[in-house]
Design a protein around this ligand. Sequence first.
Ligand code: ADP
Ligand code: MG
Length: 253
Amino acid sequence: MANTIISVKNLVKNYGTFNAVKGISFEVYEGEIFGLLGPNGAGKSTTLEIIETLREKTSGEVIVDGLNLDKEPNEIKKIIGVQLQSSGYYPGLNLVQLIELFCGLYNRQVEPMELLETVNLKDKAKAKFKDLSGGQKQRFSVATTLINEPRIIFLDEPTTGLDPQARRSLWELVKNIRERGTTVIITTHYMDEAEYLCDRVAIIDSGNIVALDSPDRLIDNLVATGFERPKEVKQANLEDVFISLTGHSLREE
Ligand code: ADP
Ligand code: MG
């Protein structure tokens, strides 16, 4: 039996009269990559930030590693890793200096070059955050979640806006972090990402969880209902048109 590391029960969040999270319940198991999958506005960030102790809930119960959010938020903070918004990085400091700064804040000793190696940024040690590519920025911000050696890290849409290669590199990083025993909660609106990366996903829509299982079982359950994907109606696509007109593929050169 997997150990439960996060338990959320009947979580509700209202913004004024707007009901953003409508009484959701779920558990995250120790050592898994758990996905909150849903469109913009579904309530993913709200849910994450409540568990991270960064946002007040309206009602419900949240337990993180045996700690009750209402009673011991500061204890929860010590065992979780949270990504900062990029505006949180002092512009004048390079990556090593930023890591040293975080070490001071967390009162931890981490070897900056070792941490940068973990996220494949050793050759950028002297670069400023603002001079990194999109994918490098995301990898660095994941690195900063690891400084306090957390039991759980929270990643809110870490691959949004990245090109396919940078996304894949981030996926491998997330898998490596989990291999080291850290539990990962990640939000995404990319189905392929959730399918590749997550052990289990909660599909969240308009503040409700509409399904929760492994990607495999969710797919099998759908197929078992007799669902079939609509067949491609056309016998060719635009690439076929291009090749037939020019005699070669776009990718040859
Ligand atoms: P997601 O991360 O899934 O895109 P959010 O949790 O950010 O969704 O937002 C859920 C809903 O709550 C959205 O309709 C959003 O507009 C609303 N919302 C989020 N934050 C606030 C806020 N501070 N005040 C009012 N409404 C908010
Ligand atoms: Mg969000």
